[in-house]
Design a binder for this molecule. Sequence first.
Ligand code: DQA
Length: 148
Amino acid sequence: MAHKLLLLNGPNLNMLGTREPEIYGAETLDGLVAALKAYAAEKSIEVRDYQSNIEGELVTAIQESRHWADGIFFNPGAYTHTSVALRDAISSVDVPVIELHISNVHAREPFRHKSMLSAVCLGVIAGFGRNSYFLAIDALERHLNNSG
Ligand code: DQA
C-alpha cells in the first residue's frame, strides 16, 4: 500500500545543523529530509516536505493536506507551546497528525512541558533526536495499516 505523508517543520528548524547542535544535532534539515525520504521510499511511502517560520503558512499546509495526505508528521517547534491556530487547523482536517520533537521537551524548561497540540494529535514522539522523525514514519505506517 503506497501512503503519502506530509513532513511539516515549524519555526527555526531550517536552522538545524547550526542551531544549538548540542540539543538538536549537527545534521542540516536538507540532509535529514533526504534521509527521511529515502527511508520512506523503502517502505513505498511518499514524503512531501514543507518548512515555514510563519504560523499561518503552517495552517495553510495542514488545510491543503486534506486533499492528498494520509498522515502528517509535524515538528511544530515553539508553536507547539503557543498556537491555538495550529490546534484548530489539525482539528479541522481528517488527517492523523503525529507531533514530534527532537529534544525531550519534558526534561527542559517548564514552558516546553505544555503542548497546545498534543490533545488533537494521534500521538506524540519526543526526545529521540533525529530518530523522532523516523519513529513517526514507523508509527504512521503502522497506524495506517491498522497494525497497532
Ligand atoms: C522542538 C522543541 C521546542 O520546544 C522548540 O521550541 C523547538 C524544537 C524539538 O524538536 O525538540 O523549536 O520542537
